[in-house]
Design a protein around this ligand. Structure first.
Ligand code: CP
Length: 320
């Protein structure tokens, strides 16, 4: 899984259906599916949710995992991605979960090793497993969805306002590629420093609205609304100075803003979140928040993705 673009709607539905089946399965039965298989977690950037959920998912399937991070491996001594991948393959890894600061690194690793590679976030490019877990969160938390992807119109009538540092966000990119294909309207919102003027690269079903209050109000009045807040990625700003006071006043999702513009909206955040900057603590912990659900669905979806990557049983196709 390198990009959400490669997944058909039927494949997305099959991943979600497999997630349901694996979650319902007895733990002892699930632990036989990848018994003794070897999965390498190769992380060149820090991570809490993605790394831990892939590791716990692999272990729940009976697989053995090994973690290689840039901080405590021969990567620090200058070993290349290719040589690191070939070393892991020689040690018996059958699948590699890769997070890397460079966009496209998972494609290279897959090509050089011939192994299934799961993209756990590559630079400013994509975070496909995040988009899938976000989708499952919407399907389970939005009213009337029943937790299932029925067809390519399942998200019709849903507006997803993605707000914050869009420029540097692989989460925004993967969601903006996936959700409109399922019928959702995606509105990208942020200041021009974090959301460039040029909208020519946007796909169908994706719009830009710089005024967060307007975007929220429109979403809240049109049907089902989701507001997905993003962290400012200071590590990728490269000297860009932002007036944080102004940013907070225009783009922070606080209690008053949510209550007055879109009181029914589902609030999401891929994490890590900076409370008091892009989101108020009372919203993050409030009744509209699906942030902990996102984390839980990350475990379920990544369990299904590992089964899919290793070609194990229990992964029937789904017709939509
Ligand atoms: N959402 C996400 O990718 O979080 P981590 O960086 O903690 O994995």
């Amino acid at each position: 899984l390198l990009t959400v673009a490669s997944l058909t709607v039927a494949e997305v539905a099959a991943i979600l259906a497999a997630t349901d089946r694996l979650e319902r399965m007895a733990a002892a039965e699930r632990a036989k599916i990848l018994e003794g298989r070897r999965i390498a977690l190769l992380f060149y950037e820090s991570s809490t949710r993605t790394r831990t959920s892939f590791e716990l998912a692999a272990k729940s399937l009976g697989a053995m995992t090994t973690l290689v991070s840039d901080k405590s491996s021969s990567i620090e001594k200058g070993e290349s991605l290719k040589d690191t991948g070939l070393t892991l393959r020689a040690l018996g890894a059958e699948c590699i979960v890769l997070r890397h600061a460079n966009s496209g690194a998972p494609y290279l690793l897959a090509k050089m090793t011939g192994l299934p590679v799961l993209n756990a976030g590559d630079g400013m490019h994509e975070h496909p497993s995040q988009a899938l877990l976000d989708l499952r969160t919407m399907l389970t938390r939005l009213p009337g969805m029943g937790g299932r992807l029925v067809n390519a119109k399942t998200l019709e009538g849903v507006t997803v306002v993605i707000t914050g540092d869009i420029l540097h966000s692989r989460v925004a990119r993967s969601n903006a590629m996936l959700l409109p294909r399922l019928g959702a309207r995606v509105v990208l919102c942020g200041p021009k420093e974090l959301l460039p003027e040029d909208a020519s690269g946007l796909g169908a079903g994706v719009e830009i609205e710089r005024d967060f209050d307007k975007a929220l109000k429109q979403a809240g009045s049109r049907g089902k609304a989701v507001v997905m807040m993003l962290r400012i990625q200071r590590e990728r700003l490269a000297g860009l100075e932002l007036d944080l006071g102004e940013y907070i006043s225009r783009y922070q999702l606080d209690e008053e803003r949510l209550r007055s513009r879109a009181p029914e909206a589902l609030v999401m955040h891929p994490g890590p979140m900076i409370r008091g900057l892009e989101i108020g603590g009372e919203v993050a912990d409030g009744p509209n928040s699906a942030i902990e659900d996102q984390v839980r669905h990350g475990l379920g979806v990544r369990t299904a993705l590992l089964v899919r990557a290793l070609g194990a049983g229990g992964f029937e196709s789904v017709t939509v």
